[in-house]
Design a protein around this ligand. Sequence first.
Ligand code: SF4
Ligand code: SF4
Length: 332
Amino acid sequence: MRFPLHVTTDMMRWQVKNKMAGNKRYPVVLMLEPLYTCNLACLGCTPERHTGDIRNRLTLDQCIEAIEVSGAPVMSICGGEPTVYPELVPLVEAAVERKRHVYLCTNGILLDRFFEKAKPHPRLSINVHLDGMRDTHDFVCDREGVFDKAIAMIQKGLSLGYQVCTNTTVFKETSTDEIEDMMKHLVSIGVNGMFISPGYHYEKLDTDHFMFKKEIHEKFTKILALSAQYPVFNTPLFLEFAAGRREYPCTPWGNVTRTPLGWKGPCYLIGDKYFATWEEFWNTVDWDYWEKREDERCQNCFMHSGFEPSVVRKLPESLQDVWKIAKWQFLS
Ligand code: SF4
Ligand code: SF4
């Protein structure tokens, strides 16, 4: 079994419910960013995500409202750094109570603090940011010692009975041999699975670390092959897309993003406008336009937040793809 069965069945139930209600578009994942404060300033991160004042964080009630109004069965608590969010434990408890599957995305530095107050739950996964082995990860995080701390927290989480996965962004400098070394290492310490995605080239970042389409396809051709040997959580159809073997429209409404500035539109990556209410966000963004990927900022985007929901959306159109996903889920 590749991906936790209860997450898959809840997602299928949510889709059937929406189809039966005649909804053409509906969120699958809520990206909840309760604060834009962080204890790191990574190279690939937009400044607003890590320089925010903690006093401007979302309240617990605002977070719960986002969970309820979006209805998405899966949520990622990200940010900023969620372990800095003072109301994190009650937030996780509120989400689990509402039968959401929670991925707590963290750099791991303060996970000890969370482990002291929280307890494991089948609906909770700890998702630790890890962009390579020690030198690369510490370089990307712009601080020595982050890799060692992240690995120690992965081990501690597993020993306490948490489900622990990792989240890797691939940059121009990332070597696929190193990605394989990282996968081997993570499997040896018992991690449950790994997410991997190409970095998104934010306009605001004046860096040369991001890849263009051709480089993404080359690196993900290798990563697609690695996914047959290691517990990669991305679907094989998404990895084929990132490797340039198939095309998808974008599904920006599949992963909706609530931030301290409002609902972010059109997508997790582009904040053209922040909306004060869900209704305004959902009914105002020009989804037809963004699905077509015609915008210049979409040209080198192969992010899982935009395209894993496309895999789900387009799956019923091909029996061959349904079979591929079934094999991946149940026989690997
Ligand atoms: S840990 Fe996450 S939020 Fe913080 S700077 Fe790094 S990428 Fe940005
Ligand atoms: S292609 Fe990427 S940048 Fe464009 S709307 Fe989709 S997720 Fe956003």
